[in-house]
Ligand binder design. Structure first.
Ligand code: AMP
Length: 406
């Protein structure tokens, strides 16, 4: 990890802009669970105990209209933070303009300021969603408020918003340091360790449209995995490589040789679909049937079949580490979603495993399948937003605890 960590920085006397994840449940101004505030304390304390001025930015909830503002103000969070730190914390009811600049200029070393919810910027102006849309001007403005930037908001680290990517980009342009906080560091280490030194049996599940998108993942994980279950569109290039008929299924002709090599390298670890749900066209209403591992000429495989689900589920039962990247079929169409949801369900039924789910599609499949709530909270669920599992850049990673999946 070549990234700087907050304790690599000389924060003494410096204005340290910090992105935290204070997205806590709040009802009528009362915080339901302050875990996320507590989780940010080590980095905040480090900054102030080393003479830095901590300027905190966070989003809170989804801000859709002015009516949401009262409920989604960070004021109660700043008050709770003050209690936890046992020192005054200044809350500024805006995050741009003179009021903000005056509050920052008045800071002494060791002081803490919390600015108002960054997502108020999504509705406050005529320029569209400035925070969520990563308006570079907003990132530049926020970056101008500090001498350095610390990102400790792992939960939003996969998003490209003004308050993370925007600030980091502008800071770097100005030659100012950008670092990860301790929480971020911990999550990256956990994730890196889960994949680099997995608890066995380690099962990798790969799906989605293309082999070519996932070569790095496959190559990285073949030696580490005990089983590699392949479904989705990419399975058909592998089936073709084995000499099966794949009809009109997704197929990457220029990857057949690679698929053959990977099958050889994996030495029996790769498990392909033994049956498929095939349809005459790429449409939810197309006539469909379950076929074996040869697809009729006029049909395309759009989901794994029931026997494959059974086979994959059986293998998953004993897994202690699971990495899943890519859906098992064209799951956006309900008639071809069963296989993907069944896999989500199989993961939800694991009681003692670390599950790492990669890719926005797999994440949304888990959400849509409705099994998220069934995953025990003790079970770490990590969602990678990127399809290379080499943990080199914290900006592309995302950890969800179960509650965030729903
Ligand atoms: P990816 O971004 O590579 O994970 O691919 C996700 C997309 O692959 C989803 O939109 C799925 O609809 C699509 N997909 C998965 N399986 C199939 C399949 N058998 N045929 C066509 N598209 C598929």
């Amino acid at each position: 990890m070549a990234k700087l960590i907050v304790d690599d920085l000389d924060v003494n006397g410096k204005k340290v802009l910090m992105r935290v994840d204070f997205n806590v449940p709040i009802k009528d101004g009362v915080i339901g669970d302050d875990n996320r505030i507590v989780a940010a304390l080590p980095t905040i304390k480090y900054i102030i105990e080393h003479g830095g001025k901590a300027i905190l930015l966070s989003h809170l909830g989804r801000v859709k209209s002015d009516a949401d503002k009262k409920e989604l103000s960070l004021k109660p969070v700043a008050e709770r933070l003050s209690e936890l730190l046992k020192k005054p914390v200044t809350f500024v009811p805006s995050n741009e303009g003179k009021e903000v600049e005056d509050a920052i200029n008045a800071m002494k070393d060791g002081d803490v300021v919390v600015l108002e919810n960054t997502r108020f910027q999504d509705i406050d102006n005529d320029f569209g969603k400035r925070e969520s849309g990563n308006d570079p001007k907003l990132g530049e403005y926020w970056a101008s408020l500090g001498d350095m930037f610390v990102n400790d908001a792992f939960g939003t680290a996969h998003r490209s918003h003004a308050s993370n990517v925007g600030i980091a980009t502008a800071m770097k342009k100005d030659g100012k340091p950008v670092a990860a906080g301790f929480l971020m560091e911990k999550e990256i280490k956990f994730l890196g360790n889960a994949v680099e030194n997995p608890v066995h049996p380690f099962v990798t599940i790969l799906g989605g449209a293309k082999v070519s998108d996932k070569i790095a993942v496959i190559k990285n994980l073949i030696p580490k995995s005990d089983h590699i279950l392949i479904g989705g569109g990419m399975a058909y290039t592998f089936l073709a490589a084995q000499g099966h008929k794949i009809g009109k299924s997704l197929f990457e002709k220029d990857r057949v040789e690679l698929a053959k090599e990977l099958l050889k390298e994996a030495d029996g670890k790769i498990v392909l679909p033994v049956d498929n749900v095939a349809a005459t066209e790429f449409s939810n209403d197309a006539s469909r049937e379950v076929v074996g591992d040869d697809i009729p000429d006029n049909m395309m495989g759009l989901d794994i079949g029931p026997k494959t689900v059974e086979k994959f589920t059986e293998i998953l039962k004993d897994a202690k580490t699971v990495v899943w990247n890519g859906p098992m079929g064209a799951f956006e169409m309900p008639n071809f979603a069963k296989g993907t949801y069944a896999i989500a369900d199989a993961l939800a039924n694991l009681t003692d495993a670390t599950t790492i789910i990669g890719g926005g599609d797999s994440t949304s499949a888990v959400k849509k399948s409705g099994v998220a709530d069934k995953i025990p909270t003790s079970q770490p669920v990590v969602v990678l937003h990127f399809n290379t599992l080499k943990v080199t850049n914290y900006q592309v990673l995302h950890v969800f605890q179960t509650s965030n999946l729903s």
